[in-house]
Ligand binder design. Structure first.
Ligand SMILES: [Zn+2]
Length: 301
């Protein structure tokens, strides 16, 4: 579980509690300096909505997602804890700077953080923003912010589905991007290619893509599966293989103009009968544990 931020200590009569040290860059060699990246790189944030960590890791180990695995540090997903158990909660937290937390005792420095007195996870390499959320913070720093939505919380069909896309300067959603489409990710990638092509060369880009393909229903991604038999761990895995077949085009578009710092993760997992549970928005290991990766895609030459 993520430890909530605490307000600054008010001096009182009790003995002082030594603060937990934040790891310095020397002790976290892999931690990037986001203050050097923001402003110089384009940024891509992809949420593979609902993707389970165990399924993602199995497919990486078995060579079934070669296009993603190329970019995963060491060819493996990092095991993290989601900041929410369903799409809306998790994305609100992530857009506030609370990306999934490494699944080991912390504290863990964050890549992005709102200015917040007493934050114990704001480190020298953290990019700090003065807005309430990362998206408008990056816009204030000169980024063009674009959302390509997938699941219902991004569909802009009613007020609630407009909250998250509304953080961005530009947002896109069509039924072809949604959970019921068997070609949703290809349609999203085509939209991303159009977005990038329309930008002036000097314009920095923050591109966010919420991928709907893993979310239920996903049975139609497995050849031979039927609507009657429904979704399963196997159809969930087939949906990730489907995404893998097309994600190279997204990465190529995102890094077509300059190096692109990229985050790919899930917002939460989902249960397929694990301990009797089905779905998400519940507190099961299959829901809280998510795959995560961050890496830089070098600019195409
Ligand atoms: Zn979700």
């Amino acid at each position: 579980m993520y430890a909530p931020e605490t307000p600054p200590r008010v001096p009182d009569a009790s003995p002082p509690v030594p603060p937990v040290p934040v790891r310095t860059p020397e002790t976290t060699a892999a931690a990037p300096d986001m203050n050097a990246i923001v402003g110089s790189h384009d940024l891509l944030f992809v949420t593979l909505d609902t993707l389970r960590h165990d399924v993602a890791q199995e497919l990486a180990a078995d060579g079934r997602i070669p296009h993603l695995a190329r970019y995963l540090p060491g060819g493996r997903w990092e095991r993290r804890h989601a900041p929410g158990s369903f799409t809306y909660a998790s994305h609100q937290a992530m857009f506030a700077g609370f990306l999934p937390t490494p699944a080991a005792p912390g504290p863990h420095p964050r890549l992005f953080a709102a200015r917040f007195a007493g934050s114990e996870t704001t480190a020298p390499g953290t990019w700090v923003f003065d807005t309430p959320d990362l998206v408008t913070g990056l816009a204030a720093a000169g980024y063009h912010t674009v959302c390509i939505g997938g699941v219902g919380f991004f569909n802009k069909q009613a007020a609630l589905g407009s909250v998250l896309p509304g953080l961005f300067r530009e947002s896109h959603w069509k039924p072809e991007f949604g959970v019921a489409s068997a070609t949703s990710f290809e349609a999203q990638v085509a939209q991303a290619e159009q977005v990038v092509a329309a930008l002036p060369a000097e314009q920095r880009l923050f591109l966010f893509v919420n991928v709907a393909a893993l979310h239920q229903p996903n049975w139609f991604h497995l050849p031979g599966a039927t609507r009657e038999a429904g979704d399963s761990r196997a159809t969930h895995a087939a949906a990730l293989e489907y995404v893998d077949r097309h994600i190279g085009r997204l990465f190529a578009a995102a890094a077509s103009r300059r190096p692109c710092f990229t985050i790919v993760c899930s917002d939460h997992g989902t249960a397929y009968g694990d301990d009797g549970y089905t779905g998400h928005r519940l507190g099961h290991e299959a829901v809280w544990t998510v795959p995560y990766a961050q890496f830089t895609i070098e600019a195409a030459r």
